[in-house]
Structures are given as structure tokens and as C-alpha cells.
Write a protein that binds this ligand. Sequence first.
Ligand code: 13P
Length: 338
Amino acid sequence: MTAQSLAAIAQAMVAPGKGILAADESSGTIKKRFDAIRLESTEENRRAYRDLLFTTPGAAEFISGVILYDETIRQSTRDGVPFAKYLTQQGIIPGIKVDAGAKALAGFPGEKITEGLDGLRERLKEYAGLGARFAKWRAVITIGSGIPSAWCLQANAHALARYAALCQEAGIVPIVEPEVLMDGDHTQARCAQVTCEALERTFIELRHHHVDLSGIVLKPNMIVSGTDCKQQASVAEVAEATVRCLKSMVPATVPGIAFLSGGQSPELATEHLSAINALGGLPWQVTFSYGRALQATVLKAWGGKADSVKAGQAELYKRARLNSLAHGGKYKPAMEAA
Ligand code: 13P
């Protein structure tokens, strides 16, 4: 794989008007989502749900790529076509979550380190054979009293960079995701400070590990107030603070930034993305890589019932279309009703 083809994949992942569907919930996380709609998390129910998402008519207009989970990349549509092959046929790029989850960081109470580097070279080779063209690794940074520590930020940045280098070696575009959690009562200013430091360390480590920045996609959080903070930043404040931080920390060589939704409501995640793009003058494509913000209404409309598949797909189509407009800075909340 040449550097040029890595860059071409990365650019396609963030192409104008398109964004990424994160459907890589681990078995534990998807069980939580199914619990909320009182659906048992069996392998067939998980397959049927991903089938609903991936076979949504017209989704490829707005969805450039889908992040799959290990179980999902080995599953097939109802008609027996492997999901990765089906997505590729639709013009959607298959990707794969490769981290093994965020675990307690020994010696640092309340902080996490993402595991999964051991054997990663071999797993990436297998995933490439199964059709994956990009991968995801999520680092989790918690804001709290006295945390994050500098060492937690450093350890996570280092792991992200080692992962990214292995991906590029395998011809796979790494989505580099240092997520600063929204949980807590911290201010927006504190989120900005921590996010900027996490990004700064991440890009230093990416360079140290000889990662080609033209062949990655950055997946950061937006700069928002903590969920329990009394003073919630406005949409305009979120957009301004997010762009300020990204402009100072993310080199223009990076082709695209695809945000996580992180627990924001579907509408707010779309409104924030649109406000960020409406500011203009951004050196990268700026789009979505949402999990919950694309799927929450789908799960509710579907409810695990075979005769509600179309209703679920209509919700995915709607959110994907609105987020596509937000990629162009053209979303208005009034469009929700239309
Ligand atoms: P959310 O949009 O639900 O935060 O999920 C995106 C994701 O892939 C987190 O790793």
C-alpha cells in the first residue's frame, strides 16, 4: 500500500457531504443498547440490527464508511452477503474497531489506558483480508478532581501512535480517537484545556512514530461543558472553542476530522457540527463519526420488531441526511420537523 492510497482512503472517508457511521459497539455495549428496547442480545438479533443499518436504502449518499466490530465483520446480510462485501458494493468503506477496550491504568486511580497492541499486526492483516480499509482505536480521558494526569495523557497518546503506525504498515487508515469524556461538572474551559493537551501529545507521538498524517482521520470530542456543569456553553461557544483548539493542535496535512457524539443528543450533535462548519476557513474536512447520535432514534423506532425495520431505516436516513447537511454547515434545527 502506497502513502498515496492511504491518503485516498482517508479523503474518501471524509468526502464533502459524507461522514462515518460508528456501528462498532462491543458485545457489552450493544447489550446495553438492546436492554433499553427490551431486546435480548443474541447473535442473530445483533446481526439483524446491523443488517437494518447497513441495508438502509440511499445511506451511501451520506455515509462514507462504517466502523464494524469483530463479530460484525464476520457476519452477513439476510441474503448471505458478508457485511464488508455488501458495504463495499454500495460504495461504503468498511472499517473495524481494533482496540480491546479502556482498562484501569495501574497506579492512577480513576484513569484509563486502552489495551490491544499485542498481536495487533496479525489481527490487522486478518481484518484487511476480511475487507477492512480503516480501523479505530479509542483512548478515554476522564476529567475529574486532579485528573487527567500528564502520564495518562502520555500513555494514551503513545498507544494511539503505536496503533496508527501498525495500521499504516498494514495499508489500513487509522482513525485516531482521543476522547475526552463529557461526564462530570467541569466547565467548557476545562474541557478545552484537557482536549488541547491530549491532541498536542497525540500529534507529537504520531510524529515520533513516523505516522503519515495525510493517511489518518482524527476523531476528537467537541469542546463542550461537562454534562453536570450548571453553565452550559451555547452552540456558538462550542463551535468557536472547538475550532480554536483544533486549529492550534491539528496540522493541515490531516485530511479530515470526524467527531464522536459522546452522549450529546442527536439534534445537538448535528447542530454543533453545522455551526463548526459554518465558521468556515477550516483546513480539513470536518464531519461526523457518530454512534449514539446516529443510532438512538433508529433503535427506538425499530424496537427489535421485524415489521419496524423500515421505520428504523427511515430514522437512520434522516439523521445521516441532516448530518450530511451539517458537514456543509447548512443544517437548521427547523429541518428536524420536515
Ligand atoms: P458516540 O458517537 O456514541 O460517542 O460513538 C462514537 C464512537 O465510535 C466512540 O468510539
